[in-house]
Design a binder for this molecule. Sequence first.
Ligand code: ME8
Length: 661
Amino acid sequence: MSKKFYITTPIYYVNARPHIGHAYTTIACDTIARRQRLLGADTFFLTGTDEHGQKIERAAAAAGKTPQQYADEISSEFRQLWKRMKISNDDFIRTTEERHIKRTQELFRRIRDNGFIYKGTYTGQYCVSDELYVDGAQPGDPCPTCGRITETVHEENYFFKLSAFQDKLLELYANPDFIRPETRRNEVASFVQSGLRDLSITRSTFSWGIPVPDDPKQVIYVWFDALANYLTAIGYGSSHSGAQEAFRKYWPADVQMIGKEIVRFHCVYWPAFLMAAGLPLPNAIVAHGWLLFEESKMSKSRGNIVRTETILDVLGADALRYFLLREVVFGQDGSFSFDALVQRYNSDLANGLGNLASRTLTMINRYFNGEVPYSSHSGKPADDAIAQAAHRTIREFRTLFDQFQFSRALEYAWTLVAAVDKYIVENEPWALGEKKDEDSRSRLATVLYTAAEALRIATALAHPVMPEATANIWEQLGLGDIQKLALGELAWGQLPQGTKLGQIQPVFPRADKSAVERMQTMEDQQRVAPAADVVAAPAQTPAVAPTPGPATSEKISIDDFAKVELRVGLVKVAERVPKSDKLLRLEIDIGSEVRQVLAGIAEAYAPETLVGRKVVIVANLAPRKLRGMESNGMIVAASLDGGKPVLAGFLEDVPVGARLK
Ligand code: ME8
């Protein structure tokens, strides 16, 4: 019986379209899953979308859609994108699916029956963006994770007895393999050591969630619902025997990959829920770092995302997959830039593996009629050195990969590519090809065999990372379907003499300079214009929406105007920004949430005169950072000649959150 292997990504919130941060986690898991399949493991790779909760409910309302419509659209974008990226997931779970809803209720029931759920009253702060209870925070305090202002929640809820699991969790962390890397394990352990409070696991003030069994006025807390996906997708709680069997086969998960910001949910709440349900725990929770763009975490709320489609259109899926795993040291944060992407693509793929393939195969075509030649195994040190390097690479690649050190594993494999390139240059097969004597011919055969065999090994190792291009090289090598490769048995010398090469074609055409520009332009066109520039540059008239003079303004269509979401906001907090004459920090209630906005109006308005005032806010402006603080929207004002802004307001009373059209 083959070994089983169950691997999961987090399920992605459907409040945001997929970007390359999401792609990063998915690619890492896909690569592991593909490798496991080639090693013969019965592999199950799960991903999906997280579709309930207040955050999604609000995002849908802002888009004028029902939560289900909204979730349907974005979830489908994730699925389409994963297809284009050659993600080989075995299932895609959506938390709004009936199977998930029923089975999550079953998990809730089981934990309640086991005595770990009780009714109580929760009063405290909540961050909707992170769907996180912020212990110890006061009204008006920001969320420690995202910096947004928390909201006060006062509800009768069901609580989970998290405090009962403190010692058991600490015992669990003693196993160094459970949380990786170690820095994350230490963080989690010290969080748990400082004491655990019971966790509210239901909500009653909104309805977009899974109803609590026997108490449908409450919905299950979105994180309980989301974490349960790892069980429900493989059949937990089902009455069907097939599903039950799948669950018995695959659970516990072997690797659960997550981003570092959701470690607490996966390493504290998740094992505690499982222990409470009497279920086995996953073998490893592996946390990676963030993909940064323009120096901060790539995320929709910061407005600094890079869309995966842009890279797929210009360089293709393999390029992105390789770049992310090669460039980012797994576990640490890594910066993304188009320049680095194109540079890496050209150096490692176009000039590296691609060039090795095309020069080796072209010469075999030319000199040996497209058949892999016989190697005389001359035992020359140069030939042996390549065979030895290949042998070492197979071994090291495996070790590094199993430790999730993708970047080092690929670096290692590419030293083999570089060594073969050097070997080819030094042995000058093109010169040998010109000579007709037997020694030269035999030497040429050995050199080209050695190059082709090293190419085969590098291609096999890189296959889980770049499935398309390597499948292509494999066929060009005349080896057929790469999926049939038994990776565990990969060794030097397996390339059969006489193998007839396939059709030779370039796999990684060189990218020219315009590739960077093209990608940048595609992305710029997607972004909302940063109209808050006047605030970012306090030397100019600070503040607020600039009012262009009528003579210079271009006409726009009603559709253009409709893109700007203007809303009535109520100023809750106003204060000066330290060391700035012009900026005020405002907290503005826009009905669906409280926003922090930085406005350059300090010279015109004393902060205390603004609290309680209704203002007009551009609610869908991409957030920006000013003086290290996030400004999430812009208030609208007339800009007078003397430079003093005058805030827009209303003569009649208007409800907070109303949209201006
Ligand atoms: O947290 N860099 O969903 P999510 C690297 N629904 N990885 C990033 C990233 C970035 N800039 N941005 C996102 C959730 N990710 C919950 C999970 S699981 C039961 C519920 C990756 O859509 C990262 O792995 O906000 C993160 O954990 C994941 O996307 C999901 O983010």
